[in-house]
Design a protein around this ligand. Sequence first.
Ligand code: GAR
Length: 202
Amino acid sequence: MLTNICVFVSGGGTNLQALIDAQKSGIIKSGRISLVISDKKDAYALVRAKENGIKTRVLIKKKAESKDEYEDRIEAVLRENNIDLIVLAGFMRILSGRFTGRHKNRIINVHPALIPSFCGEGFYGLKVHEAALAYGVKVSGATVHFVNEVPDGGQIIYQKAVEVQDGDTPEILQKRIMEQAEWILLPKACELVSHKIQTGEL
Ligand code: GAR
């Protein structure tokens, strides 16, 4: 049976697009993306999912709701859809230890830097590349890792270095890292983990 995948998104969804393309081209063959969950109603990732016939759910955290209550709503949707693997693709929320503990080795994330640099709470999206440029590193890159209770602290699956070039802005560096690392590593890791789940290895 194919591993049933849910992708969590918050924004543009270029990593989701890379996953969809990898599914079409057969790079992802042990799993199937059956659901996209967004915590933002206007995330462009939702358009990408719909254009490709993938079911979407928008789950926005309510002000009156605790983190546990919000995550329980997510949990219910995952159960309803028999999800085996969660892929965080630009999901801009930190999941609690309570949630990640229930999904050990079943959540992977792409981070736009070489962990353990420029990672953890507060390092997301463009902020990561701003910090890398401010520090003056000459290489950065991307990491795909399992998600545990430590933000960006789970076991590393794949990592790829990307050169920083003179005159880079956070936006230029972000795009190079996406093109040269994230969009390649995330589908590869998704297939690897889907395959291990499928065969019972994980
Ligand atoms: C990507 O660069 C992803 O690695 C990063 O946000 C961007 C989302 O872009 N994620 C994080 O910073 C998570 N800590 P996308 O919506 O186009 O895939």
